[in-house]
Design a protein. Structure first.
Length: 287
């Protein structure tokens, strides 16, 4: 019983420390995994000939053109019935690994650097950002509208959790093969899951919408961040100026803030548990 008196508090402390460092460790491991995927993609690009690259881009352009000329019915990526299923033609375009890697997305303001995959299956959304089928591939061009989807509130990584921090005038960047595209946020909106009219193609406009669940932890609505294409070099310069100007007012991470609140409550509970165990053991020893 005396040994138990010391062992239980010890294990409670170890458990508390584990909970304390979990979000940092999980995010660190996830980033390493993501960086490995992206580095492999970058190395693969070195072996792709100009002819192969042009062929892939041409297939994507044909796909986008067909979408622009058709009447497509879209559904919410988080609730659609056949969420994980896609046509073979779609899956074969711009596919650079077994999971269907398309390219990468960077959102400097919220420190996001993630791979983009085909579709919105559970596997895809656990590993990066999903491209919503029946929307344009993210290769740019007039009369195109790409929708990229990411999870909010995932335990092991933040993904699109901090997307709500983006405001009008912010930037995000997409790389497909050797092509680098820049988009400036022109609108953010919160809609019902079934409200997809804002995801439609608009004639002569080059648009990308970033989509995630909202609000954090509730997920009853969808947050849409709409970006419009602009000159890449200008965007890089303006984003750098923007980040330097706002150096002292970087947005706090919702993902990390939520973990801190949970850890605070967990720490209080663990402390009360330890005190209760010690008092209980001492009471038994005494009586």
């Amino acid at each position: 019983m005396k040994k138990l008196k010391y062992i239980l508090p010890f294990f409670s402390i170890i458990l508390g420390i584990g909970l304390l460092v979990y979000p940092w460790i999980s995010e660190y491991l996830f980033k390493n995994e993501v960086n490995s995927v992206i580095n492999t993609y970058d190395r693969k690009l070195e072996d792709i000939s100009i002819m192969e690259e042009n062929k892939e881009l041409e297939l994507a352009k044909i796909y986008n053109r067909q979408l622009a000329e058709s009447k497509i019915t879209l559904t919410d990526p988080f609730t659609q019935f056949e969420k994980g299923k896609s046509t073979m033609d779609y899956q074969s375009i711009l596919s650079f690994n077994e999971l269907g890697l398309i390219g990468t997305i960077d959102i400097p303001k919220i420190s996001v650097h993630l791979p983009i995959y085909h579709g919105v299956s559970d596997t895809v959304l656990m590993n990066g950002v999903g491209h919503l089928e029946k929307t344009s591939f993210p290769i740019g061009g007039n009369s195109s509208h790409c929708v990229l989807t990411g999870h909010t509130g995932l335990n092991k990584a933040r993904l699109f959790t901090d997307l709500s921090e983006l405001k009008k005038g912010d930037y995000f960047f997409i790389q497909i093969l050797h092509q680098k595209l820049a988009y400036q946020v022109i609108e953010t909106s919160i809609v019902e899951p079934q409200d997809v009219h804002k995801l439609q193609i608009e004639k002569e406009r080059d648009l990308v919408t970033l989509l995630t669940c909202y609000p954090y932890g509730v997920n009853t609505h969808r947050l849409l961040v709409l970006g419009e294409r602009m000159n890449y070099q200008e965007a890089v310069v303006e984003e750098k100026i923007q980040s330097e100007t706002n150096l002292d007012s970087n947005p706090s991470s919702q993902w990390m803030s939520s973990y801190k609140k949970a850890l605070m409550l967990g720490s209080i509970f663990s402390l009360l548990l330890i005190v209760g165990l010690v008092i209980g053991i001492q009471w038994k020893d005494k009586y």
